[in-house]
Design a binder for this molecule. Structure first.
Ligand code: PLP
Length: 426
């Protein structure tokens, strides 16, 4: 098939008719499929069921000298800290284990910065007038929802295959004291699947913020989520890079086991310099007496160490790799060479990001919805839900079964083609 742009009006009209007929065929199937969120499939969740049998009456509930059933150790069990410290390649003293959600921890971290301030800052953010966060796009909608809800202005920063446009990041951060933070998903970004290059990580470490209380929110949610573990790209350790510039206090790193053990029932952690950790612990001690150490103990006993986590993630990869390959194969087969879409080919994470012709994303998502396949809303990956080009769509292939996914992927490509043909005729 030729590129759509080189088709005559008559050819496009004929194509539209043909695509519409195929589309009606899908509608008649009364499909009901949901590809909107990056959720693990039941088969993935089953991999962790053994964790539920690990603690029992006779198993002993003491860890690090502490009865996990009781209050105490607000910052987490030492064995749990060690696992996260090894995964994030930091010292255990730089870790706080939280509850069951890293997003919750990020939200609280922003709120504390607003109301109480961060280490090294002169006043709480909220007393400093208008505030801004940089938002590499496309990015994670729930990050943007936090800053939007809390009244922080968001500035979109374009990304390429190496990470955010660092010229622009430096321009903002190094000159504007109202820029207080940046949201980053440095490994297998959501949704682009991009792994920040070493040079980009170094440029982050080398930032010289105009604000003395600027923080990089380094959400390493997909740190162990490699689809091809034997040839997984390595993300340069930002704290290592910061040592060279003495900028360790600038970074708040987050992660969780939401897509390792149970989503919403795992454990989360944050990593930061010891100076940051000391202040955060002091502030947090008013918020909480301690988190769920019984859950932490289950995780520690089930995974044992970093290697245990990595072995477990290979089993996850075996389940979801065929799903990614199926969707990518369908995109290539149906859309390759047509000049109407481009897409990412991620080596890990939970998403595939598709760019349509400008002005076609909303229409594609709407057509899918009317035929029974729910996708993430078009524009969701941009601050305020507004994709200036209306062209980005996030696909989340992990949850549906392969058979359903095959139908959903074919329907998606059909809707995208129809939206493109309509656009070119308009
Ligand atoms: N961060 C990113 C980049 C995500 O994609 C997600 C979930 O999709 C989360 C955080 C949520 O993590 P948690 O379940 O630990 O709150």
């Amino acid at each position: 098939m030729e590129q759509y742009q080189s088709l005559s009006k008559e050819q496009l009209l004929g194509l539209c008719e043909d695509l519409k007929a195929q589309y009606e065929g899908y509608k008649a199937q009364n499909l009901k499929l949901d590809m909107s969120r990056g959720k693990p499939s039941p088969e993935q969740l089953d991999l962790t069921m053994g964790m539920l049998d690990i603690l029992h009456k006779g198993s002993g509930m003491v860890s690090g000298g502490v009865d996990t059933r009781n209050y105490g150790m607000m910052d987490g069990l030492p064995e749990a800290k060690k696992i996260f410290a090894d995964i994030l390649e930091v010292e255990p003293g730089m870790i706080i284990i939280g509850g069951t959600s890293s997003l919750n921890m990020m939200y609280d971290t922003v709120v504390r910065a607003l109301l109480l301030g961060v280490y090294g800052g002169k006043e709480p953010w909220i007393r400093q007038g208008k505030l801004k966060f940089l938002c590499p796009v496309p990015g994670y909608d729930r990050h943007f929802a936090i800053t939007e809800q809390l009244g922080i202005e968001m500035v979109g920063i374009p990304m390429d295959e190496n990470g955010p446009d660092m010229d622009l990041v430096e321009q903002y951060v190094n000159s504007d004291p109202s820029v207080k933070g940046i949201w980053c998903v440095p490994k297998y970004s959501n949704p682009g699947g991009i792994v920040y290059s070493d040079a980009v990580v170094r440029r982050f470490a080398a930032l010289r913020p105009a604000a003395d209380d600027f923080r990089i929110f380094w959400d390493n949610a997909y740190v162990v989520h490699d689809l091809y573990p034997e040839r997984a790209p390595k993300l340069y350790n930002i704290f290592e890079a910061c040592k060279e510039y003495g900028s360790e206090d600038m970074v708040f790193e987050f992660c969780s086991t939401s897509k390792v053990s149970f989503s919403g029932g795992g454990i989360c952690a944050m990593a930061a310099s010891e100076r940051n950790i000391e202040l955060i612990k002091k502030q947090m001690s008013v918020q909480v007496i301690c988190f769920d150490k019984v859950n932490q103990l289950q995780h520690v006993r089930f995974f044992k160490d970093k290697d245990g986590v990595l072995q477990h993630m290979k089993r996850h990869a075996a389940v979801i790799r065929p799903k990614f390959e199926l969707v990518l194969g369908t995109l290539r087969e149906e859309l390759g060479g047509l000049g109407i879409a481009s897409w990412t080919d991620p080596a890990g994470g939970y998403f595939i990001s598709v760019d349509t012709l400008p002005g076609c994303a909303k229409r594609t998502v709407q057509l899918c919805k009317e035929a029974g396949v729910v996708l993430t809303g078009a524009g969701a990956a941009f601050p305020y839900g507004k994709d200036p080009q209306d062209q980005n769509i996030r696909l989340a292939p992990t949850y549906p079964e392969l058979r359903e996914l095959e139908v959903a992927a074919r329907l998606f490509t059909l809707c995208l083609k129809l939206a493109a043909a309509e656009r070119l005729l308009a």
